[in-house]
Design a protein around this ligand. Structure first.
Ligand code: FAD
Length: 421
């Protein structure tokens, strides 16, 4: 067995943000680490762009930052943070009774603390760069986990053609031994699926009746900065304030924007599936729909781009997953979206996944580096982590109301109080 040489052989499935951080933690413990990723290397320009399936920009908070801080990789956190933009609060966009555009800055913290906007792909690439330099880590792209036996500690992978047009080629399958497998393979986790055959896992999955589509607000050109297509808080070449998470709330719909270092904003339109269906049928209504629901947002994107991006960018669902336990014996554990995919309204999905890694290795470090010690560590990890994962999942649901309606009702309440005073 792999552990006979006293070196723990660890397979990490998925090289997303959680898998990449988990590999750094495992490598630091001297383990033999093999990372298997279904897709190609993100750093390779021919790999399908991330926004085909995932949001480009994310809010990075202390939960995720702290996990990177403890990775033991010198300079990693600084490298990641240098490519982030501070967001000190939310900017709520709307219209007053005269139809003029309004902006309302709501700071996150009286002490000036903030969260950061980060490019998901860049964060992921930085971690892959660090991994590549480590002698005890092997990165294997185009490898899809197809099976795992957690008792015999064997896994099976299909080697995917690196050219997606190469459907004809016979797929090659390989078998790999392991001591421990960390399943960081996202919401539709194959590790979780195979682990369920070995452990009585309770599992709950739901889709909310909301779809999302990504849009981009371009940078402001120098002439534009003084025209109506920017907002009053625009600065430094951005079309609206770069230091806020922008929200256009609208009953059961919402439009949000997060700044990027290239002075664009990555925006997400959330709405019920029926709204998407109606706009897909009548795309000519899109601009007017935006003008009514999200005043000012269409002007920032530009009407032609609004139309084009709605037609070209995917319209994706939102899944929420709770399960327990997160591990099997000493040989398997799931982390990140594989263990607790959540709706994105609390901005904590990736942050909580990165925190899983820190907490898991705290438990592993507290027990002997043997199979028995690892089994105890995984047990105590599940005991601590499952309630936390379920709670952050519930908070993410609750924050949907806060973002698309609550931010506004507070504003209305405040205005009403001021008017009455
Ligand atoms: P993933 O990023 O899904 O990575 C899983 C990896 O596993 C992928 O690379 C995949 O190719 C690979 N894989 C899958 N199956 C296999 C297999 N069989 N074999 C090998 N490899 C496999 N989170 C935040 O913290 N802040 C935010 O602001 C935020 N905003 C969001 C906005 C939207 C619209 C959405 C949808 C999500 C948002 N999230 C946010 C959540 C965040 O994107 C996820 O929580 C995070 O990407 C999870 O990371 P992960 O590494 O666990 O999984």
């Amino acid at each position: 067995m792999a552990e006979a040489g006293n070196k723990t052989k660890c397979l990490i499935i998925g090289a997303g943000p959680v898998g990449a951080l988990a590999a750094l933690y495992a490598a630091k413990r001297g383990w033999d680490v093999e990372v298997y990723e279904l897709r190609g290397d993100l750093r390779d320009a021919s790999t399908t762009p991330l926004n085909f399936t995932k949001s480009i920009n994310l809010a990075l908070s202390e939960r995720g930052i702290n996990a990177m801080r403890h990775s033991g990789s010198d300079g990693l956190l600084e490298a990641v943070l240098s490519e982030t933009i501070p967001m000190y609060g939310r900017m709520i966009h709307g219209e007053d009774s005269k139809g003029d555009l309004t902006e309302e800055s709501q700071l996150y913290d009286v002490h000036g603390r903030f969260q950061r906007a980060v490019d998901r792909g860049e964060l992921n690439k930085t971690m892959l760069d660090y991994l590549e330099d480590l002698p005890n880590v092997e990165l294997r792209f185009h490898h899809k986990l197809t099976g795992a036996d957690f008792r015999k500690r064997k896994a099976w992978f299909e080697i995917q053609p690196s050219d997606s047009r190469d459907h004809q080629r016979r797929l090659q399958e390989i078998e790999v031994d392991f001591d421990i497998m960390l399943g960081c393979d996202g919401a539709h986790s194959a590790v979780r699926y195979h682990m369920m055959k070995f452990v009585r896992m309770n599992y709950e999955q739901s889709y909310i009746d909301t779809l999302w589509c990504e849009f981009t607000i371009p940078p402001a050109s120098s002439e534009e900065e003084s025209t109506v297509s920017t907002t009053s808080s625009a600065k430094d070449g951005f079309r609206t304030s770069p230091n806020h998470l922008h929200i256009w709330p609208s009953s059961d719909k919402m439009f949000i924007g997060i700044p990027s270092t290239d002075k664009t904003f990555t925006c997400t339109f959330f709405a019920p599936s029926s709204t998407f269906a109606s706009l897909e049928q009548h795309p000519e209504d899109l601009e007017q729909f935006f003008q009514q629901q999200f005043p000012g947002a269409a002007d920032l994107i530009g009407p032609a781009e609004l139309q084009k991006q709605f037609e070209q960018n995917p319209h994706l669902p939102l899944i929420s997953i709770k399960c327990s336990p997160h591990h099997y014996s000493s040989s398997g554990v799931i982390l990140g979206d594989a263990a607790h995919a959540m709706v994105p309204f609390y901005g904590q999905g990736m942050n909580a996944g990165l925190e899983d890694v820190r907490v898991l290795f705290e438990h592993l470090d507290a027990h002997p580096a043997t199979a028995a010690g690892r089994a105890t560590a995984l047990e105590t990890y599940t005991t601590e982590r499952v309630p936390d994962a379920h709670t952050v999942n519930d908070l993410a649901y609750a924050n949907y109301w806060e973002m698309h309606a609550g931010v506004r009702s507070r504003l209305y309440l405040f205005r009403k109080t001021v008017e009455e005073f």
